[in-house]
Design a protein around this ligand. Structure first.
Ligand SMILES: Nc1nc2c(c(=O)[nH]1)N[C@H]1C(S)=C(S)[C@@H](COP(=O)(O)O)O[C@H]1N2
Ligand SMILES: [Mo]
Length: 210
């Protein structure tokens, strides 16, 4: 994971490199499990739940999320099925800015990212807070398309792309790690593409929940 802060452009830029076993496909594949949800701005909200500092759940309307500070990240994106999408410009809310509005309990070490229809992915707090991680609203200076996660998705460019949850609806702070949707179905709990951490049978002690 190598990210630089380009202060002249005000963006965070990842050093572009193809991880082992990955290739650059023709076109720009879109992948997800299930249907594309529709966005209903009047009822949509983003929750921050679990082990919050106050013990209360936080909820933000779409208008409130739109007013949060913006960060831009330029980074590649690696799917475990071996294609990589290089040089994506994501813009949205950094986890640090969201956590300032909805602080976690000091004991929080993991998060579960929740999407429409119950899709989820767990992240170590260190990966959630990493410089390239974003709650993105835009890709390449345009609002996300519906199939890429409109209105809001997480991007974790330094991990395999199933961790980059589309159609995000909430962040759950965890005191103990728990497996998300693909992590429960045989995929690696950490998912570092540089270490080819593809499957759960590759996990070393300490890399997954007991
Ligand atoms: N909500 C949700 N997010 C998801 C998925 C999904 O099935 N549901 N699939 C993941 C997988 S496996 C990949 S490779 C990326 C694909 O992102 P893209 O369609 O923008 O290329 O989204 C991830 N985020
Ligand atoms: Mo994927």
């Amino acid at each position: 994971m190598a990210f630089d802060h380009d202060t002249a452009r005000g963006v965070i830029v990842e050093q572009s490199r193809l991880p082992p076993g990955q290739y650059i496909p023709r076109g720009r594949p879109v992948i997800h499990y299930g249907r594309v949800p529709s966005f209903k701005p009047d009822t949509w909200d983003l929750f921050v739940s679990g082990a919050t500092a106050s013990g209360e759940e936080h909820r933000f309307t779409w208008a409130e999320v739109e007013r949060m500070p913006r960060t831009t990240v330029i980074a590649d994106f690696h799917c475990v099925t071996k294609f990589s999408l290089m040089g994506n410009e994501w813009s949205g809310v950094s986890p640090a800015d969201l956590m300032a509005l909805a602080p976690p309990d000091p004991g929080v070490r993991h998060v579960m990212v929740w999407a429409e229809y119950g899709y989820s992915a767990n992240l170590r707090m260190s990966d959630f807070k990493a410089p390239g991680t974003l709650l993105a609203m835009e890709l390449d200076e345009k609002p996300l398309s519906p199939d890429r996660g409109f209105p809001l998705r997480v991007v974790v460019p330094h991990l395999y792309a199933w961790k980059s949850v589309k159609w995000v609806r909430g962040i759950e702070y965890l005191l103990e790690d728990r497996r998300g949707f693909w992590e429960e179905r045989g995929y690696h709990n950490v998912a570092d593409p540089w270490g080819e951490q593809r499957y759960s049978y590759q996990e070393e002690p300490g890399e997954g929940p007991p």
